[in-house]
Structure formats: structure tokens, C-alpha cells
Design a protein around this ligand. Structure first.
Ligand code: AQP
Length: 345
């Protein structure tokens, strides 16, 4: 193998995370991801946030809806507090290095690793033979999204934990095979009370933008009436709320609503239950709905305002993509060099 001049390095503390424009943003995406992205923007990191449109098309997307969802997601990021000057904000397809590095990683990742991914099993369901190749290879593209920036930290919800472990495996195998510590072993950041917000209709299922039932989720664009109605109709059990977390036991729906309350109010579950323990759901649900409306209405109002100027959103995405490419292009060039690709132009 050709000797390549790469020395071990200290990686710049850098955060990368992405969200698919595969539907409207949900409360799960907001609490599990975007709210955390905003917190990390205030820390000592460079922050890079992405609308992962190439991931979205691993299942069918209507082209016009995909474009609208991408712009709306960008509006959702900004309305929630991501500053496009401070963070790099862009859509994945405008930075072709993601897909180029993903091909290299397709050749590093093993079939056996991808065969274990539960998201593929969940999304492909019984119709595995008819799932796209992209849906199967999704985690290699996700590893490329992260490692093309040498990102050191990735804030995500609990559902993405397995994909991040795979990202670490890919980085380790690449570094080992090519005998150079080129890629960082990225740390997942999965913290807080809302790492897994559950469906309002079924406490054992994750709240998801692509769930067939709109009543299962709170969309960031829902108005106050819709939010109140969805919380009022949320599935619960007949018992009163406990005064301590242990009392939630296997009461999945109760636990979910309490977790949502805690995350929205930035309180611990203990503190919430100290206040609301003993209340029936008929009393707790209106309090939760009021809090949700108070926290989400300013965001949805700002999203609607930003969506009136799609050209400005496109300008922000274009500028973010330029800044992202300035980091990604040299990493890809070095990767190609390490792998042995001839660059002669
Ligand atoms: N229910 C959730 N609770 C906490 N975090 C969540 N996330 C998603 N759902 C929840 C986090 O949001 C980020 C973006 O997720 P994604 O868009 O890349 O894909 P996903 O995880 O598959 O989200 P959805 O909403 O369920 O999309 P669809 O329906 O298209 O598959 C991630 O950090 C994720 O953990």
C-alpha cells in the first residue's frame, strides 16, 4: 500500500447532526434533537446542522413536497433558535462530498453489520424485497454525513444510537485497514428527558413524522386547538399520576406525557411529579396542553413568517452549503488519497 503522510491529530470539537425532510417536524424531533442542537450551539463547539434530503428519498417522496419540507425544516431550525451565522445550516444534497464518502464507506461497512440495523427492519417491515437499496445502505451515508466533517459529537434521539455505533465501527475499521487515525471515533450525545418521545396513540411506539395517524404526533406547525385536542385524546390509563418516578412503572403513556412536560419545562421528572403527583389525567392534560402551546406557538408563528420568503431560505441553505464544503472537500480529498485514488487534475 502507498505510504500516506497523515499524522494523528487532535480533532476540533465539532458537532454534526441532521434531520430528514421526510414530513413535517414533530415534537419528538424538536425535543429529542433540535432543542439539543440549540443547547450545543451555546457550547464550545463548531456546530453543523443538516437537512438530510438524500436520506429522505430512501423511501418515496413526492418531489414538490420534499422541496417544501426541506425549506420548512430549515425554517423550523431557525425558528427554534439555530442561528445560521453561528451554525452551518444546509441541505445535504448541496454538498456532494457526503454521497462520495458514503460510497467509500459502503465498501468499508460489512453486510453483517447493516443486516443488524433495527431501523431497516422496522421501516422495510415484511416487504424487505421491495425496500430500496438506499434504505439498507442508509447508515453508511449517515456515517459519511458525520465523518466528512470529522465531527466529534452527535446529538440525537435514542432511536439513532445503533446507527452511531455503526459510524464508530466504520471509522475504526477505516483507520485500522488504512493504518492511519484519520477519522475520529465520534461520541453520541443522547441526554435529557425526551430522548424517545412516544406516539400519543401507542406508548410503545416512537412518535414519528411518517406515522399514518396524525393524532399520534404533535407537529410543530399545529395550531393551539390541534395541540390541545391531540393531548386531550392522547391514550392514558385510568390511574392518577404518582408523586415519584418509580410510580410510573410500566405505565408507558403516563411516562411519555410526564417526560414531554419535563422536557418542555426544562424540569426533571422528579420535580414535575412533585408538582402534579396525585392529579388525574383530566386535570394534567390541560396543564400540559397549555405548556405545549406556550412553548410551540412562537416557533410555529416564526416558521410561518420565514416560509413567506423561500428565496431567503434558499440563500441561507446555499451559504451554509458553501461553508460546509470548505470543510468537507479537503476531508474527501485526503480520504481518496489514503484509499489510493489517483488525483491528476
Ligand atoms: N420520537 C422521537 N423522540 C426523540 N427524538 C426523536 N427523533 C426522531 N423521533 C424522535 C430524533 O430526531 C432526529 C431526526 O430524525 P430523522 O428525521 O433523521 O429520522 P427519524 O429518527 O426516523 O425521525 P422520524 O420523525 O421518525 O422520521 P421518519 O418518520 O421519516 O422516519 C434524530 O436525532 C432522531 O433521533
Amino acid at each position: 500500500m502507498t505510504e500516506v503522510a497523515h499524522t494523528p491529530r487532535d480533532f476540533t470539537p465539532r458537532v454534526f447532526s441532521g434531520i430528514q425532510p421526510s414530513g413535517g417536524l414533530t415534537l419528538g424531533n424538536y425535543l429529542g434533537a433540535i432543542k439539543r442542537f440549540v443547547d450545543m450551539q451555546k457550547g464550545d463547539f463548531e456546530t453543523i446542522y443538516c437537512m438530510v434530503d438524500l436520506h429522505a428519498i430512501t423511501v418515496w417522496q413526492d418531489p414538490a413536497t420534499l422541496a417544501r419540507n426541506t425549506r420548512e425544516l430549515c425554517a423550523g431550525f431557525i425558528a427554534s433558535g439555530i442561528d445560521p451565522e453561528q451554525s452551518i445550516l444546509f441541505n445535504q444534497s448541496q454538498v456532494p462530498e457526503h454521497a462520495q464518502l458514503a460510497w467509500i464507506f459502503n465498501c468499508v461497512a460489512r453486510m453483517g453489520w447493516l443486516n443488524r440495523m433495527t431501523q431497516f427492519k422496522d421501516k422495510a417491515g415484511k416487504n424487505r424485497e421491495n425496500a430500496s437499496v438506499g434504505l439498507f445502505a442508509y447508515p453508511a451515508l449517515m456515517a459519511a454525513d458525520i465523518l466528512i466533517y470529522h465531527a466529534t459529537h452527535v446529538p440525537v434521539g435514542e432511536d439513532q444510537k445503533q446507527h452511531l455505533e455503526l459510524t464508530r465501527d466504520i471509522a475504526e475499521k477505516f483507520n485500522h485497514d488504512f493504518k492511519t487515525p484519520f477519522f475520529p471515533i465520534t461520541e453520541p450525545v443522547i441526554e435529557g428527558t425526551a430522548t424517545r418521545v412516544m406516539s400519543l396513540r401507542d406508548g410503545s411506539k416512537k412518535m414519528s413524522k411518517s406515522d399514518a395517524s396524525d393524532m399520534s404526533r404533535i407537529n410543530m406547525t399545529d395550531d393551539a386547538d390541534a395541540i390541545a385536542q391531540k393531548i386531550r385524546k392522547a391514550r392514558t390509563d385510568p390511574d392518577a399520576l404518582p408523586s415519584e418516578p418509580d410510580g410510573l412503572g410500566d405505565r408507558l403513556e403516563a411516562r411519555n406525557l410526564v417526560n414531554i412536560y419535563a422536557a418542555l419545562s426544562d424540569l426533571s421528572v422528579e420535580d414535575v411529579l412533585r408538582d402534579v403527583g396525585g392529579k388525574q389525567f383530566s386535570e394534567f392534560k390541560p396543564i400540559l396542553a397549555e405548556l405545549a402551546v406556550a412553548k410551540l406557538s412562537p416557533i410555529s408563528g416564526e416558521m410561518a413568517r420565514l416560509m413567506q420568503d423561500p428565496a431567503e431560505i434558499d440563500r441561507i441553505l446555499g451559504r451554509g452549503a458553501e461553508r460546509a464544503r470548505a470543510i468537507a472537500a479537503p476531508v474527501l480529498a485526503q480520504t481518496y488519497e489514503i484509499v489510493g485514488m489517483v488525483a491528476s487534475k
